[in-house]
Design a protein around this ligand. Structure first.
Ligand code: SAM
Length: 195
């Protein structure tokens, strides 16, 4: 199955599942389709080829990211739920993108400590209450000239207030809130803040 077909299939499956499912742990909580399209434009425009994602679920957003990078690019994605990680791996195979994706199963706060390579783009879509615990590692892993994208910045604005305020206060980050999907908070890392 090509990735456009699997994206369509997962989009509908995610909506149906999450409407019917009352247990939050069993919801997919996928990004919206327009967020996927926005991620694709950002990946292409920034020429990102090494991407880190925190919060894989069943791999819907990962497939948007991995289908947007060049052939030698990689997406490293972190997921704490074993069940969702297994489902994501199967979806990566179906999409023909398994060779471009490295899935690390575990709690991101711990997994990040073992990563060292710089990333062009870091996409955050996991437990928002943990982002401040991860911010030092996220900043360390983002290259100068790299971009953080954080989902749910409008839908869960107050939960992200400390995190977004922190990035806005950093001299080397330029930030913007974009009203796409559930709200995408962008933070661009330069070596010094632009005037
Ligand atoms: C909103 S869903 C991700 C949706 C996915 N990005 C997509 O659009 O298809 C959040 C996922 O993050 C995972 N998660 C939450 N906290 C985590 C953590 N601390 N480390 C790793 N994964 C986490 C959850 O199990 C859940 O599958």
């Amino acid at each position: 199955m090509n990735f456009d077909n699997i994206l369509k299939e997962l989009e509908h499956k995610g909506i149906r599942n999450d409407e019917a499912q009352s247990d939050k742990a069993l919801k997919y909580l996928n990004i919206t389709k327009d967020t996927g399209e926005f991620l694709r434009v950002l990946v292409l425009a920034t020429r990102s080829s090494k991407i880190l994602e925190i919060g894989t679920s069943n791999g819907y957003s990962t497939i948007w990211l991995a289908s947007s990078i060049p052939p030698d690019g990689t997406v490293t994605t972190i997921e704490s739920s074993e069940r969702k990680a297994e489902e994501a791996l199967s979806n990566f195979e179906k999409a023909g993108l398994a060779n471009k994706i490295v899935l690390l199963q575990g709690e991101a706060q711990a997994v990040l400590k073992d990563l060292n390579d710089p990333y062009d783009l870091i996409f955050l879509d996991a437990d928002r209450s943990k982002y401040m615990d991860m911010i030092k590692d996220i900043s360390r892993l983002l290259k100068n000239g790299g971009l953080i994208i954080c989902d749910n910045a409008s839908s869960h604005e107050s939960e992200l207030a400390e995190f977004t305020a922190y990035l806005k206060s950093q001299q080397n980050f330029s930030t913007s809130l974009v009203p796409v999907g559930k709200g995408e908070f962008l933070a661009y890392k330069s070596s010094s803040k632009q005037a």
